[in-house]
Design a protein around this ligand. Sequence first.
Ligand code: GCW
Length: 721
Amino acid sequence: MTVHNRSCRRFVVGLAVAALFLSGAITRAEDGYRLWLRYDSLPKEMIDAYRTRVTSVVISGNSATLNAVRSELVDGCSGLLGSSIQTAATLDRNGAVVVGTPASSPLIAGLHWDRQLADLGPEGFRIVSLELNHHSAIVVTSIGEIGSLYGTFYLLRLIQTLQPISHLDVSEKPHLQLRILDHWDNLDGSVERGYAGKSLWDWKTLPERVDRRLTDYARANASVGINGSLLNNVNANSQSLSAEYLIKTAAIADTFRPYGIHVYLSARFSAPIDLGGLKTADPLDPEVATWWKKKADEIYHLIPDFGGFVVKANSEGQPGPRTYNRSHVDGANMLAAALAPHKGVVIWRAFIYDAKPDYDRAAAAYDNLQPFDGEFAANVLLQVKNGPIDFQPREPFHPLFGAMPKTQLMPEFQITQEYLGFSNHLVFLAQMWREVFDSDTYDRGVGSTVSKVVDGSLYAHRLTGIAGVANTGSDRNWTGHHFAQANWYAFGRLAWNPDLASRRIAEEWINMTFTHNAKAVTVIARIMLESHEAIVDYMTPLGLHHLMWGGHHYGPAPWWDTEPRPDWNPVYYHRADELGLGFDRTATGSNAVSRYHVEVRDRFANLDTCPEKYLLWFHHVPWDYRMHSGRTMWDELALHYQRGVDWVRGARKDWDGLAGVIDNQRYNEVAQKLAIQERDAIWWRDAVLLYFQTFAKRPLPAGVAPPQKTLAEYKAKSLAW
Ligand code: GCW
């Protein structure tokens, strides 16, 4: 190529790029970074309905939160309505959106809504369409600035999901108080059970440099009402509480504060020894208590709105009060006393299981903690996983819910998919969480659901909360799989209101994230709403659990029996033998079922009334046992696995049909993940059925495809992710 040719080409390329810019044809990359806060222009035929209602933004005051409200509203409305919406100092035309608190806005103060707003609290809000100073307006208000921010996101969501806004009269407040994302992030940037890249916190460059991404993280959380963030792994490093790291944490807290997010830290129980040089961490030692009080003072000096400590004690090798022969109450209450003067809380994890001979892990947390009901300090919450084992694809609800009426329990859900196909499998977890919330504990008679335990209404608790183990990371799309974003979204929506329907959550998210095309929304919602049952089918149907490969937990290994603790091995959980399959947790076995209320216990303990989805969780069932369908248990089991595989194939076809409706990048990325999901579902079906067949000694029923490899091949190498 001659020099002339090269420069000529450069010129032409330059012209083309400039032309693209001018025509607006260069759109943003569809890499998923914007999550559900995309603010792309609404379908043309819809815009006019909103344009007359939203013409300007009137926000007086200049706090960090009000500034965040202003820029969100201006960006959001300008993007959605395809024209620049400006801020205005006064209400001089129709269509103003007026946002603020009675204290920040004279217009709002003039409405005299103080009583109603006080009832809704500082995070609650009202949104009303009305006439104000002879102009039509929409008022978004709260007694707290954070409430106005939440109201702003609510209004934006209405527009994003094409809801009418001409006659609004909305009053909302969160059902749960502490709505926290737990990050299992290590100080070296790795994330325990994280499948979306590295930690979002770059400890090396903090506090000098705070990644812009943290503001976007805070916006996303605030948009669904998440108000807390636990920054470090519950398998904690004491260094997180050192002066050096607290300054870094304070910089993160400063970034989150305008968005109403409080930071929490995992406290390693041995920190007084590790950092303070004390000889002991015995919670009843006065020097230890003093060390924690001073540490709390130091933290609150830097971070006045610090949320509190989360503690994993005497579990999986973590130190705790039992190390000193003290109780969990001794440990929790000692820390609670240090935080109480600052209004901080202690979140004590109930994920405690010891390895006594012949014990059943499903009863361990209950036996360790239930006897202490009523003894925890007022600022302690007990954080209980949704089920009694460990975030399995399906578990019955944890028996502690409904068994500790005098203790503030908060559920812990796992948003990251440790046991559910990492960031490779599409599974919408709202379905699974709904099942937990809707479970009836019977503690105060029929209708004593987990959601009523959790929202405090069953026992009139003051302090309530919920935690979700985050699935976020440094990946450009935040969560590895585009659909995993829906689980972050759903967690926030359910934390705000545990009674929300999963369909509603799914449809909101699809409209905001992918498309307004009604047909496509229906297809995608169906995929999402069916996905949880499908993953249960191809991983652990009929109440099976913990069949995963040791250590990393990706893919099946029901034969696994080499972990140092029996209860880390799949064989401990499925108990397959020549007679049948499943863990007898009734009176003839471990009797873990007795930890549930009598109504629940009797239903689960009786083979005829036990829901089949929990059958092998509670019973050791003969291979030829007749299921409700009339088929044998073995045949039914095999057909569940096949059904799971078939579902993934169907979902792939459905997704393929969306070509052209979804942007290319996300369409292709999701399609590729679905291909992996199909590969894995087949692997699960084949490996598990081949292995159980060595006990069942029965042929696969008609309709179940023959395995693609031998059992030896499946045992030789784990599935790769
Ligand atoms: O699910 C298990 C995980 C561990 C985790 C533990 C816990 C943080 O395999 O990685 O540790 O639960 O919840 O404490």
